[in-house]
Design a protein around this ligand. Structure first.
Ligand code: HEC
Ligand code: HEC
Length: 210
């Protein structure tokens, strides 16, 4: 049963159907995303999270000119199937490597690393890793992985929440957090998470005051 759903999702993701364009065209053959194009990875994200985003695109709660028509053309069964398919693909980040090289105590001048790991409590901004997990690897079905998402994509999401163009999600957590972030913090934090997996691979992760 579950396998059948995954197979249906795979067929839709790779070949599309009618006005539902093949997801692979933009999100990659393995759902790994495309940093240059600004397309987020879907592989390994929670199934409920993915399904909810597609429902929000379809209803207009989340606005995006590319995804809205695609999601609107999808049936509830197709949404369930692609979500089941993408969630079981391996996330394009190495969780062991991320947790082995965490930079939990960055220097305060390293703005992105600081916000991600420590937050900015003067402005009621919690550390991102409190919900998104150490290294931004994601936690369970509700908190998506951030590490390795394109920087432009992360920035766009935070600004969309600030401008009320993306549904604030569970308990309106992200809507509230994004509103408290200034442009400089958004840009630095986006950059930090986008570069995290690559930086770890190259072992150039910054050594802060430990
Ligand atoms: C023509 C390119 C294109 C195609 C084809 C496409 N997408 Fe997307 N997708 C995007 C873009 C661009 C975004 C980022 C939208 C935003 O900034 O909110 C996105 C975002 C998403 C998100 C939100 C991810 C997140 O982390 O919140 C989901 C889920 C998604 N797409 C699923 C799909 C599925 C399933 C398919 C196939 C049925 C598909 N997409 C086909 C371009 C595409
Ligand atoms: C209190 C918990 C919490 C904290 C702290 C938190 N987030 Fe989130 N974040 C969430 C939830 C829940 C979602 C899923 C929202 C949804 O379902 O639409 C999310 C989603 C996101 C997304 C969307 C990912 C995608 O694939 O589209 C981004 C980007 C993001 N958060 C960035 C951040 C950043 C940057 C910080 C730190 C400044 C942060 N978050 C701190 C709870 C949190």
């Amino acid at each position: 049963m579950a396998d059948e759903l995954v197979e249906q999702g795979k067929a839709l993701a790779t070949s599309g159907s009618g006005s539902v364009l093949a997801c692979a065209t933009c999100h990659g053959a393995q759902g790994e995303g495309n940093a240059a194009g600004g397309f987020p990875f879907l592989a390994g994200q929670g199934a409920n999270y993915l399904a909810e985003q597609l429902e929000h695109f379809a209803s207009g709660k989340r606005s995006n000119p590319i995804m809205q028509p695609i999601a609107k053309a999808m049936t509830p069964e197709q949404i369930k199937a692609v979500s089941a398919y993408f969630t079981q693909l391996p996330a394009p980040l190495d969780k062991n490597m991320l947790s082995a090289h965490l930079d939990l105590y960055p220097a305060q001048e390293q703005l992105g690393a600081w916000i991600a790991n420590r937050g900015d409590w003067n402005n009621n901004i919690p550390a991102c890793i409190q919900c998104h997990g150490p290294g931004g690897v994601g936690v369970g079905d509700a908190f998506p992985a951030l590490a390795g998402l394109p920087a432009a994509y992360i920035t766009e999401q935070l600004k969309a929440w600030r401008d009320g163009k993306r549904d604030p999600g569970p308990l309106a957590l992200m809507g509230e957090i994004a509103k408290r972030m200034n442009d400089e913090q958004i840009s630095a934090t986006s950059d930090y998470f986008a570069k995290l997996p690559a930086n770890l691979k190259n072992q150039t992760v910054t050594e802060g005051a430990k």
